[in-house]
Design a protein around this ligand. Structure first.
Ligand code: HEC
Length: 110
């Protein structure tokens, strides 16, 4: 659905790959209060666990992950170009937890 196969230059998902997806929805003031609707969805942050360094040389893969952003308007192709500039600067504080902020992914520890 979110076309992770398009994570750049022919990268494909393997069985057992761990994939994290963060939805980014626009919030807006409505008569009924603040809403966050699927229709206002902006896109998805996607991270695919990669402990083997499968795609050396691909700028969307590195530090144990494939990283990308998918626009809701064009979900079949990532618009990110380089995780080191598009993603990593903000994720530096989470470096100690394998670059992810939420510690609630037990299968990814280890
Ligand atoms: C403006 C800063 C910023 C940028 C740029 C950014 N992130 Fe994040 N990201 C965060 C923060 C802060 C969180 C944790 C809080 C939250 O979920 O909003 C997060 C959470 C996530 C999560 C959910 C798992 C987790 O770590 O909690 C994923 C997946 C993710 N980001 C992927 C990406 C990818 C892929 C990119 C680049 C395409 C990216 N992010 C760029 C700040 C950023």
């Amino acid at each position: 659905m979110y076309a992770t196969a398009a994570l750049g230059n022919g990268a494909t998902l393997q069985p057992g790959d761990a994939v994290l997806v963060k939805f980014h929805a626009a919030t807006g003031k409505m008569k009924t209060g603040t809403v966050s609707h699927a229709e206002m969805l902006k896109g998805w942050f996607v991270m695919v666990k990669d402990s083997k360094g499968r795609y050396a040389g691909n700028k969307l893969w590195g530090d144990g992950w494939g990283w990308s952003w998918f626009d809701a308007a064009n979900p079949s192709k990532t618009t990110s170009a380089d995780y080191k500039t598009d993603c990593q600067p903000c994720h530096v504080p989470a470096r100690v937890s394998d670059w992810i902020y939420v510690s609630g992914y037990p299968p990814l520890r280890g």
